[in-house]
Design a protein around this ligand. Structure first.
Ligand code: PLP
Length: 298
């Protein structure tokens, strides 16, 4: 299935005023807005400092996946950044409104943005933009991945919490630079490695590794984002009787594994064909089953 369409609907912006709940005056808790018209203040701290958090939710044939877990993770990121707790109920309703504005889109990307707001006002700015997803079909058949040093150890979450590892912040310039570096190296994506030699996550994805009948991912305590997709798959695999859980793994562990994937909410499961120069086994049947489990088609 490809997500591109010749009749592409306009992107939709949903503004959630204040983001601390429905307005006391009884007015609507959010409004649809024109994304082509300027909405954000130049003094918003997300503009001047990159100070904010976000979530990216995928919707497939009009059904979003893992809305609850995404908004719970938004709340976790808010807590790590000492931002006011987002009103998950209002934001969930706004997410569904954004989807409704995009009838008949096979694959939709919905971004929930939550910034510290205008300097001095202490009121978060929250908005949602929804647009037709990029065509990720080529990623779902296999990607080359370059390992890149993240320059931080797996103890960073506990020892240096101000570095915000494991929070989904709006300061993603480093993550985007890592993808560009991976591309310079002839790969499609990157896999971050900690200074103590353990593999972490992709710049926008979670690592899943197969070793025989065990499916493993990096522990969240190592300072990676708790992935919603990996949680869905690990729970399903456990139900099927597989061993599934977290483990610190070296690059060599991944290179000698029985398969590995990068998982994310819009790309779904991208099997790794090569980690640097090492070829990995690829199971496209299992990858398709992962896709069905993630989109709820299973
Ligand atoms: N790790 C990072 C750094 C990410 O940015 C993302 C997704 O955006 C993920 C992992 C995967 O998370 P999810 O499965 O919830 O999409």
């Amino acid at each position: 299935m490809t997500s591109s369409s010749t009749d592409t609907p306009a992107p939709v912006l949903v503004l959630v005023p204040g983001a601390a709940g429905a307005p006391a005056d009884g007015s609507a808790p959010f409004q649809l807005a024109d994304p082509a018209v300027a909405q954000l203040s130049v003094t918003d701290l997300v503009v001047t400092r990159g100070d904010g958090i976000f979530e990216t939710i995928g919707a497939f044939d009009g059904t979003p996946i893992n809305v609850g877990p995404h908004l719970a993770r938004l709340a976790r990121s808010a807590s790590l950044l000492e931002l006011p707790a987002p009103d998950q109920e209002v934001i969930a309703a706004a997410v569904y409104a954004a989807i409704e504005a995009h009838a008949d889109v096979p694959e939709l990307t919905i971004r929930v943005m939550y910034s510290r707001g205008i300097e001095g006002e202490d009121t978060p700015t929250c908005w949602i933009d929804a647009h037709v997803s990029a065509d990720w079909a080529p990623y779902r058949t296999g990607i080359r991945v370059a390992s890149l040093d993240r320059g931080l150890s797996t103890t960073v979450f506990d020892e240096s919490p101000w570095l915000l590892q494991g929070a989904k912040t709006l300061s993603y310039a480093v993550n985007m630079a890592a993808v560009r570096e991976a591309k310079r190296r002839g790969a499609q994506d990157a896999l971050f490695v900690a200074t103590d030699g353990y593999v972490l996550e992709g710049p926008t994805s979670t690592l899943l590794v197969r070793r025989g009948d065990a499916f493993l991912t990096t522990p969240v305590s190592a300072g990676v984002l708790p992935g919603t997709c990996v949680n869905t798959l690990l729970a399903a695999l456990q139900d099927e009787g597989y061993e599934a859980g977290e483990e610190l793994m070296s690059l060599q562990d991944v290179a000698t594994s029985d398969g590995a994937w990068l998982l994310s909410s819009t790309r779904l499961a991208a099997p790794i064909t090569h980690l640097d120069d090492t070829e990995l086994p690829v199971d496209l049947g299992l990858t398709a089953r992962f896709e069905d489990l993630l989109t709820g088609r299973a």
